[in-house]
Design a protein around this ligand. Structure first.
Ligand SMILES: C[S@@+](CC[C@H](N)C(=O)[O-])C[C@H]1O[C@@H](n2cnc3c(N)ncnc32)[C@H](O)[C@@H]1O
Length: 245
């Protein structure tokens, strides 16, 4: 499928199964609107990220959310993925989840997620390294695992594999450490965001794309990687990992 360019200036996006463009810009505005009650920064961050990150349109374009899924979002930040999926579901652009649970270390982000979308989803302040995952049909981990040391990454992936049934899905976005300048650019932006948000730098633990894929295969997943096209020079790759029987 052809990747579409994204941006605030692109108002209408094509949705394949509806065979009509959908109002991307309006959807972004609707998903971001509840963050107004968390202050201008949280709302601006939500609007900018939802509009500028190709992930959100890709979820709709490629129909990556299974129907009636119990969803667990690990490292959910301020809950933007929930905001997008729940809003898209309201317009029948994605299937409505049966339930949504988000976990993140950052109490301020969890507070914003709760204030904005807490009526439709549950968000808890928790470390994904030592919190029980329970059962889920869809687990999402977007731009999170590189914050964990390699051994902790492996343990989280093992626990994800245990939490999913056969046919369950993991959507995992990771950086590709072998992506050259794109990886260096992504890492630099990452550190800048961390510095702006927490006032400190932190260690990151990247892996190459083949290493991520190999680990997922070993845990019993069939893995498909979406090309990095259209991701504005970033080295992030979305892995669609389906748990085999
Ligand atoms: C780059 S942000 C991505 C947020 C969200 N997934 C998104 O795409 O908007 C990374 C998030 O991972 C969270 N995080 C990092 N290590 C974590 C851990 N051990 N347990 C829970 N959350 C963690 C951070 O607090 C941060 O919100």
């Amino acid at each position: 499928m052809q990747a579409l360019p994204l941006g605030l200036h692109h108002t209408h996006m094509r949705h394949p199964s509806l065979a009509r463009p959908y109002a991307f810009k309006q959807l972004v505005a609707q998903a971001a609107a509840p963050y107004r009650r968390c202050g201008r920064f949280a709302w601006r961050w939500a609007s900018g990220k939802l509009a500028g990150d190709t992930l959100f349109h890709t979820l709709v374009e490629q129909q990556l959310v299974p129907p009636a899924a119990h969803v667990l979002d690990l490292g959910c930040g301020q809950g933007l993925l929930a905001a997008w999926v729940l809003t898209a579901a309201e317009h029948a652009l994605l299937p409505a989840p049966a339930s949504w649970r988000g976990l993140d270390l950052n109490p301020r982000d969890i507070g914003h997620a709760q204030a904005a979308w807490g009526a439709h989803a549950s968000f808890s302040c928790a470390n994904i390294c030592d919190t029980a995952f329970g059962k889920a049909d869809l687990i999402t981990v977007m731009d999170v695992l590189h914050y964990l040391p390699h051994a902790a990454q492996t343990q989280v992936l093992q626990r994800i594999a245990q939490a999913l049934p056969a046919g369950g899905r993991l959507l995992l976005r990771v950086g590709d450490a072998e992506a050259g300048w794109a990886f260096r650019w992504s890492r630099w932006v990452d550190q800048l965001v961390i510095l702006a948000r927490s006032g400190r730098l932190c260690s990151l633990y990247p892996r190459s794309l083949p290493a991520w894929q190999q680990q997922l295969h070993a845990l019993g997943f069939r893995v498909r990687a979406l090309p990095r096209d259209g991701q504005r020079g970033f080295a992030n790759v979305l892995l669609i990992a389906d748990k085999l029987a």
